[in-house]
Design a protein around this ligand. Structure first.
Ligand SMILES: Nc1ncnc2c1ncn2[C@@H]1O[C@H](COP(=O)(O)OP(=O)(O)O)[C@@H](O)[C@H]1O
Ligand SMILES: [Mg+2]
Length: 356
């Protein structure tokens, strides 16, 4: 498999809506994808993910900026000459063709000899775990199997870049988890450069080497799943990656590798520094970064306890709004709904996040 790099440089896309007004779908974004890397474009609906992917595939032309595949600007190159392949949410299989014919289609168009086609179809069916399915019509396959055929059809032409647009959205939860693992295995096995669009943070966390988090056509943060989860640059990034509680704080002192902060009367040494300087900061604590205690800066009333077996979620009404704390067993039998409780911060995993 060819391994190529991809560079998106200051790319913007402006559409005209039905009233002729300009919509800045993608607003001056830049990021790089290394050869063989799996990069996810993550963000809420309407933030410009699909538009970005379609510009990489060549279905849309950027209003400005450059898209470089192996350092060649491909903006003027039509999609069919661009050597990318796309897997969609709707599988887009041809219903009147069997599995083998569906997969062979792109090779036929490229006038690959018959024996070669047969060999490659067989090999790729093995990769996606569908050996022996050659003769089956798509309608006889489950959603997951159809998605595998779609993936095989994209891979068989040996594209340089594999593009996915929310490919698992139509599958039920169990299949989605299964296919997530499969996609990652297959991508690593063939070593192809891949860009994956999703609004699902779990998908992004499990699949990606690198996440490009988008908001309103712009890039909010780029980083590994750990970097974005552990060191969000904003409240938006922190919240998008998972449940988090925010508390207003005063910064007492910045030190080279830690920050001293004050939350009410409690002073904490947080072993990190903010990623960005700002006028005001909040303390970000994930549910696992708080504990219930006999004392602590935040007082509240337990409103709901959700028992989840290996842990429980405690919802607590406080002066700062509802706070969620993840509690591991053994559970304190005295802490029942309606009781007053104090919340203590675990400074080691707390994050200092710019307020705006
Ligand atoms: N062809 C188009 N014409 C006008 N507006 C568009 C077009 N395609 C997308 N948009 C707008 O651009 C923005 C980004 O859309 P899209 O890239 O599809 O977002 P996402 O995939 O992240 O949900 C949205 O506001 C959308 O309505
Ligand atoms: Mg989309």
């Amino acid at each position: 498999m060819k391994q190529v790099s991809l560079k998106i440089k200051n790319v913007s896309k402006v559409f005209k809506d039905f009233k002729g007004r300009e919509v800045r779908a993608v607003d001056d974004i830049s990021f790089e994808v290394n050869p063989g890397e799996f990069v996810t474009l993550l963000g809420p609906s309407g933030c410009g993910k699909t538009t970005t992917l379609r510009m990489i595939a060549g279905f849309e032309k950027p209003t400005s900026g450059m898209i470089l595949i192996n350092d060649v600007n491909v903006v003027e190159i039509p999609p069919w000459k661009r050597d990318t392949a796309m897997v969609f949410q709707s599988y887009g299989l041809f219903p009147h063709m069997n599995v083998a014919e569906n997969i062979a289609y792109g090779l036929k168009m490229r006038k690959v000899p018959k024996e070669e086609i047969e060999k490659r179809v067989k090999a790729i069916l093995k990769v996606v775990g569908l050996e022996g399915f050659e003769e089956r019509p798509p309608s006889s396959l489950s959603g997951g199997q159809q998605q595998r055929v779609a993936l095989a059809r994209a891979l068989v032409v040996e594209p340089s870049v594999l593009l996915f647009d929310e490919p698992l959205s139509n599958l039920d939860v169990l299949l989605r988890e299964q296919m997530r693992v499969e996609i990652k295995r297959i991508q690593k096995e063939v070593g192809i450069t891949a860009i994956y669009v999703t609004h699902d943070r779990t998908e992004a966390l499990t699949l990606s080497d690198k996440i490009v988090l988008m908001k309103g056509g712009k890039i909010e943060q780029i980083g590994t799943p750990e970097e974005i989860y552990e060191k969000p640059v904003s409240k938006f990034a922190a919240e998008f990656m998972g449940k988090i509680n925010f508390f207003p704080i005063d910064v007492v002192e910045f030190q080279p590798d830690k920050t001293v902060v004050k939350l009410k009367n409690a002073v904490y040494e947080i072993p990190s520094v903010p990623t960005k300087r700002s006028e005001k900061y909040v303390l970000g604590c994930r549910p696992e970064g708080l504990k219930l205690s006999k004392e602590g800066p935040v007082k509240g009333i337990i409103t709901t306890i959700v028992y989840l077996g290996n842990f429980s979620e405690y919802y607590i009404q406080t002066d700062y709004g509802e706070v969620m704390v993840k509690v591991l067993p053994p559970f304190d039998k005295n802490l029942t709904e309606g009781r007053e409780v104090f919340i203590e911060v675990i400074p080691e995993i707390a994050k200092i996040i710019p307020e705006s």
